[in-house]
Write a protein that binds this ligand. Sequence first.
Ligand code: ASP
Length: 325
Amino acid sequence: MFQRIARSIACILVALWASAAGAQQYPNKVITIVVPFAAGGPSDTIARILGQTMSASLKTQIIIENVGGAGGTIGAARVAQSTPDGYTLFVHHIGHSTAPALYRKLTYDPIKDFEPIGLINDGAMTFVSRKDFPAKDFKELLAYVKANKDKVNMANAGIGSASHLCGILFMSEIQTDLTTVPYKGTGPAMNDLLGGTVDFMCDQTTNTTSHIKSGKIKVYGVTMPKRIASMPEVPTVSEAGLPNFTVSVWHALYAPKGTPKPIVDQLSKALQDALKDANLKQRYSDLGAEPVAQERATPEALRAHLKAEIDRWGPIIKKAGVYAD
Ligand code: ASP
C-alpha cells in the first residue's frame, strides 16, 4: 500500500518536473537499461548493442544492469517499482508475455505497470549440446534423449525464459520429461555447456552462433520456419524431425508506467533510428537477430503485440499445466 502511494507521488512529481522543465532537456544523465537475465546471454547482448547505438543519438551514456532470476520476473518487478523518469528502461523478451500465465504470484502486471517503447528484434533459437554429446544430428538427438531420459539434462534460464518455453514445447512434442537445470540467464548456462557439465539446451542464436562457428558446441537445428542466413547449413527443427515446431523470440524496450509521453516518444524515435544503424544491423545479423521494421518499433505496435502474445500463450501454458509460485 505504502509502495503504491509512494509510487503515485513519484509519478506526479515526475509529471510536474517534465512539464516544468520541458522534455527537451531529457536526457541529462546516465540511463540504465535493466536486463532481467545474467550478463553474457542473448537479452544482455541485444540490449548492450542497442544501448551503445541509442547512446550515440541520445548523447548520453547508457549502462546495462543485469537483474537475473526467476525467468526474468525479478528484473521486471524491479523496473515496475522504479521512478518513471526515463532514466530506468527495460529490455525483455517473449517471457514478459508468458509470465502472467506461468507465475501465480506475479507482483506486477506486464501491461499496466509498463510504458511500451517499441519492439527491437525477432530471433531464432537453436538446439545445441556440449561438444562430446553422443548425438550427431537432430534425429539422433531425439532418439538419444528418449532412450536416456533419466540421465540427460537440459539447461534453461528459469521458468518463463525463452529456453524454458522452447524446452517445454520440445518435451511435449516428444512426450518425454527431462531433468531441467535453471540458471539466471543462458550466459552462465552456456559456460556450463562449454565446460560439459550440462548436456543441451535451446537458446537464441545471439548466444550460440560464435560457439557453433568455433566448433565448441554442437548444433542440431534452428527453430524458425525457414533456415536462417547466418547459418544456412543448419536444418530447421521441422525439416529435421519435428514438423510444425517453430519458436521465434522477440525482444522489446519498455519504461516504467508513468514515464512522461514526450520522453517515451523521444526514446521510441531513438530506438527506430538505432534499428536503422548499419553497424547495429550488421552486428545483429551476424548473430542471427533481425531488427524489426520501423512501424513495429513504436509504443502502439508493442502494446498490441504484447497483449496478443499474452492472449496467445495463456491457454497454451494452461494446457501444459506448467506454473511457478
Ligand atoms: N536466452 C535466455 C532465455 O532463455 C535469457 C537470456 O539469458 O537472455 O530466455
